[in-house]
Ligand binder design. Structure first.
Ligand code: G4P
Length: 529
């Protein structure tokens, strides 16, 4: 590989940013973009009051509900690094989407609201982060507001995620009394000064031994800090870069994105601890990012991002080599050579056509309907295939009824496209067509997105009828005829769009019954694409 490519790839950092709704993901992202000069104005850009929306909040439903439904990608340069941030849905009902996005990232930044800790409704979202075994960096935000005890916050993360924490800095007070953080490696205090209520920050450096420590922090906070440092330096998990990189230990940073406090030190440490693009697993081995030849996989498909364009974009993560706009690539699953159409990098609503991209980068290409999630594209003659992205078992099921049967054609097109994007899963009765469509979702909010998008993008109104099923299982052996299975009367036999057979159950008990009454039957709760 040309040395130049190696250097460019080594500079790349690709991470996903994940948080509870309202924890401050947008604010943090914007501050990062601000440092790099990518945008001129942050924070207030989104302000509901100013009625403008964050650079990354572009979807209509997202604006309405105030949640991040789908992910967007941003690239910027900072200090010689080329950084790709992938935004993830901020709601656990879209945790499958988050999982797919994490497949494209080499690490994740988790933003937590200091007053809330790990909230029950986002546990699932954070857990998918751990499932990927990638490095997780935690930013505990909003220290300028009343916060929970930092010890409790760390305990929360450890309990919920099942990984160890290692504080990189330690907060001194919070809310009105927030004085800054103590940086363990520099052994210095970064002081926070709320300026005339203007929420501007002045940072200066102070050590634990400074004679004016008590004056600056107040006696109580200064003593608490001394005690905390003594306690933490003696106990707690020691920092271990190897454990961080294997996702077993999360470095934790306290700060305040809104006031821009602790964001830059966080970025600097993050860049120091993260790696360039990592090797990726294929069915037959690993692909080295520095390999000369190009390879990428599709992790996300999104139709109608821009209603005016009526387009469909496939997002790909480049895993090795360099992509050049003029080059021919091989689409493994389609067994076809092709040129990628209108390759682009997206900055929220703005799209920029690109001429080249490197391992670690995310590109969006125009998809005429040929790509599926998990597909591989590579240099012709390379013939490799990345490991598939699993499909999660949906947990809620509904039968879809069309309000106006004249609109059947648009309905089938719409629901199929939305299913191909992975936003929902659709099933049919055995051997049936689209006469009876059953929709399965991981989170109920996805039902709302389906209804909204069918109406908004395809002009189709539907009614969703809840179904009493709670569990779904794929029948592992394709050759089994589901009709021959001995099942309870309330178990339903269905198939997915690829013709794979599944069973819908009303309870665990029925699964056990099926397994006990059908020798050799193997059921799985996910499907490898
Ligand atoms: P999200 O993307 O994770 O959903 O969160 P977002 O950044 O939109 O932040 C949610 C709210 O929290 C916003 O206030 C934002 O200004 C505020 N916020 C973010 N970081 C901090 C921080 O460090 N300290 C304090 N005090 N607040 C913070 P909002 O009133 O909901 O919106 P806005 O009207 O201010 O935009």
């Amino acid at each position: 590989m040309a040395n130049n490519n190696r250097e460019l790839i080594e500079k790349r950092r690709t991470f996903a940013i994940i948080s509870h709704p309202d924890a401050g993901k947008t604010t943090l992202t914007e501050k990062l973009l601000l440092y790099t000069g990518t945008i001129q104005l942050a924070g207030s850009v989104k302000g509901k009051k100013t009625d403008k929306h964050a650079v990354s909040d572009w979807m209509e439903i997202e604006k309405q509900r105030g949640i991040s439904v789908t992910s967007s990608v941003m690239q910027f340069n900072y200090n010689g690094y080329c950084i790709n941030i992938i935004d993830t849905p901020g709601h656990q009902d879209f945790s499958e989407d988050t999982y797919r996005t994490l497949m494209a990232a080499d690490s994740a930044v988790m933003v937590i609201d200091a007053s809330k800790g790990v909230e029950a409704q986002t546990r699932k979202l954070f857990k998918v982060c751990v499932m990927r075994n990638i490095p997780i960096f935690t930013f505990i935000n909003k220290m300028d507001r009343e916060a929970r005890s930092p010890y409790e916050l760390l305990e929360d993360i450890e309990n919920v995620l099942g990984i160890n924490t290692c504080p990189m800095n330690w907060p001194i007070g919070c809310g009105r009394d927030f004085k800054g953080v103590y940086d363990f490696s520099k052994k210095e205090i970064l002081a926070f000064t709320a300026n005339n209520g203007q929420r501007e920050v002045e940072m200066d450096e102070l050590t634990i031994d400074s004679p004016d420590l008590d004056d600056r922090l107040g006696e109580t906070l200064a003593q608490t800090l001394r005690d905390d440092i003594e306690l933490l330096e003696g106990a707690g998990d020691e920092f271990d870069l190897e454990k961080v990189q294997s996702g077993k230990l999360t470095p934790v940073f306290f700060g305040s994105a809104l006031t821009n406090f602790g964001v830059e030190p966080f970025l600097a440490e993050f860049l120091r601890m993260t790696t360039p693009p990592l090797p990726r697993k294929t069915v037959t081995g690993e692909v080295d990012p520095f390999d000369d030849s190009f390879s990428a996989f599709v992790f996300k498909i999104q139709a109608n991002m821009n209603k005016a364009h009526r387009d469909r974009i496939a997002f790909m993560r480049i895993c090795s080599g360099k992509y050049d706009k003029t080059m021919e690539v091989y689409h493994v699953q389609g067994n076809k050579k092709m040129r990628l159409s209108q390759p682009q990098q997206l900055m929220a609503q703005d799209r920029e056509v690109i001429n080249e991209a490197y391992a670690g980068d995310i590109i969006g290409v125009f998809d005429p309907g040929i790509f599926s999630i998990g597909d591989t594209v590579c240099s012709p003659g390379k013939k490799l295939q990345f490991e598939g992205i699993p499909t999660f078992a949906p947990e809620h099921f509904a039968r879809v009824r069309l309000k106006d049967t004249m609109k059947r054609k648009q309905f089938v097109k719409g629901i199929t496209q939305i299913a191909q994007e992975g936003a929902i899963q659709i099933f049919q009765t055995l051997g049936g067509g689209m006469e009876e469509v059953i929709v399965g979702v991981v989170g109920v909010l996805q039902f709302e997105v389906l209804e909204y998008r069918l109406n908004n993008e395809y002009n189709v109104d539907i009614v969703l009828e809840n179904m009493p099923y709670e569990l779904i299982r794929w029948i592992e052996d394709d050759s089994i005829d589901p009709k021959t299975l001995n099942l309870t009367t309330d178990t339903k036999r269905i198939q997915d769009l690829k013709g794979k057979h599944l069973l819908l159950f009303t309870s665990e008990w029925n699964i056990t019954w099926a397994l006990e009454h059908n020798e050799g039957l193997v059921l799985t709760d996910f499907s490898k694409n």
